[in-house]
Structure formats: structure tokens, C-alpha cells
Design a protein around this ligand. Structure first.
Ligand code: DC
Length: 214
């Protein structure tokens, strides 16, 4: 596997992964993959087809047969544009069950590895990229921030009540961290960056500093 030039960005919801991973990829001239969008895309397909997201076998089969295209141009499943649909409240509520499904994880993990192996480099964002998908990535970053700040960022992006969003984030963190298959953990050999109180440029500067040391 030619995984050495993969940069893995993991961490809980609202830690700043998407903003940072996108900006880092742009600065380094690399491609970027949002693996959360892949779990969300399977969730949208299940909801639209009337497949219960808790039906492990049916959702696993659905993922296996679903074409998922995630790029800067948007997110498509079997040719349908689901770029907006994957961010709905309904999907936010259902995606953790889909992400806990081992059959789904197996399918998506192998597609994520294929993405990295085809390019030989890139910035990949998720929960298990440094721990499971690309454990030999050249740099593994675990981004985090206080729950309050993470909720405030979500409110700034999409509105809503900060207390309710903080509670929803806590629920999703709990389920992402406690699932049996590839729980959210800080990967061995990763560097932690707490983005509470840090601006985007400062976070990028720190990550580029770690990269220079590799
Ligand atoms: O990063 P996000 O909020 O778009 O992720 C959506 C869900 O998918 C969230 O519950 C975490 C899960 N996920 C995962 O389990 N593994 C990944 N590599 C990426 C996301």
C-alpha cells in the first residue's frame, strides 16, 4: 500500500475537521476526501428507499450496491445529487446507527483505501482514518475542541439553539466513541490539536509544523 503520503484528520463533530482538512489540502495541492459524507450518503439512500437504518443486513447490502461519489463537485449516490440532503436534521439523527454498522464500515473502508492508494497522497477526514483506515499515514492529526465551542460553531454555520445542539453533539460523540467497530479514538502516533480559541490559520500553521518534522 502506498499510504505514506496520506494525512489523516480525525476527531469529534464540530472540532473543525472539514474546514481544516479542506484548507490544508488546498495549501498543499492535494485532494481531499470527507469520509463522513460517505456514511451520510448511505443514510440518505436508506431513508429514501424506506430501509430502516437499524436493519443491519439491509443497510449493509444497500451500501455494497450503492455507487457513492464524493468530490468538490458534490456528493452523488447512483447519480443522484445528495449534497444538500446529507446535511439534513433527519440524517444527523440517523447517521450514527449507519456508521456503527460493520458491514457498511467494511464497504466504505475499502473504498477509502482505494481512494488513497489510487492517488498515493491526499488529506482524508473522518473518525477512524489514522486508527484503522490508514494507520501508516505520514501525519495523523486528532482535532478537538470544547463541547461548547463545537456547538457554537455549528450554530454559526446552520443556526439553532446552542444548548440543544451541544446535547445532540454529546449524544453523537457518545455513540461514535462507544460503538464496537472502529470507535472514535485518538490514534497511536497521532498529534492532538485543541482548536478551542484557535483561528484557522493558527491550526494550519501547527499542522504544517508537524508535517515539516516528518
Ligand atoms: O463527520 P460527519 O459528522 O459528517 O460524520 C457523520 C457520521 O459518520 C458521524 O456519526 C461519524 C461517522 N463517521 C465515522 O464513523 N467514520 C468516519 N470515518 C467518518 C464519519
Amino acid at each position: 500500500m502506498s499510504t505514506s503520503r496520506i494525512i489523516a484528520i480525525d476527531g469529534p463533530a464540530g472540532a473543525g475537521k472539514t474546514t481544516i482538512a479542506r484548507a490544508l489540502a488546498q495549501r498543499l495541492g492535494l485532494q481531499y476526501l470527507d469520509t463522513g459524507a460517505m456514511y451520510r450518503a448511505v443514510t440518505v439512500a436508506a431513508l429514501r428507499r424506506g430501509v430502516a437504518t437499524t436493519d443491519v443486513d439491509a443497510v449493509g447490502l444497500l451500501a455494497q450496491n450503492l455507487s457513492i461519489d464524493v468530490s468538490d463537485a458534490g456528493v452523488y449516490t447512483d447519480g443522484d445529487d445528495v449534497t444538500v440532503a446529507i446535511r439534513s436534521a433527519e440524517v444527523n439523527a440517523a447517521v450514527s446507527a449507519v456508521a456503527a454498522n460493520s458491514a457498511v464500515r467494511q464497504v466504505l473502508r475499502s473504498r477509502q483505501r482505494a481512494w488513497g492508494d489510487e492517488r498515493g497522497c491526499g488529506v482524508i477526514e473522518g473518525r477512524d482514518i489514522g486508527s484503522v483506515v490508514f494507520p501508516d499515514a505520514i501525519l495523523k492529526v486528532y482535532l478537538t475542541a470544547s463541547p461548547r465551542v463545537r456547538a457554537e460553531r455549528r450554530v454559526a454555520q446552520a443556526g439553532g439553539d446552542v444548548d440543544e445542539i451541544e446535547a445532540a453533539i454529546a449524544l453523537r460523540d457518545g455513540s461514535d466513541s462507544s460503538r464496537v467497530d472502529s470507535p472514535l479514538v485518538q490514534a497511536d502516533g497521532s498529534v492532538m490539536v485543541d482548536t478551542t480559541g484557535l483561528g484557522i490559520d493558527e491550526v494550519l500553521k501547527r499542522i504544517e509544523g508537524f508535517l515539516e518534522q516528518r
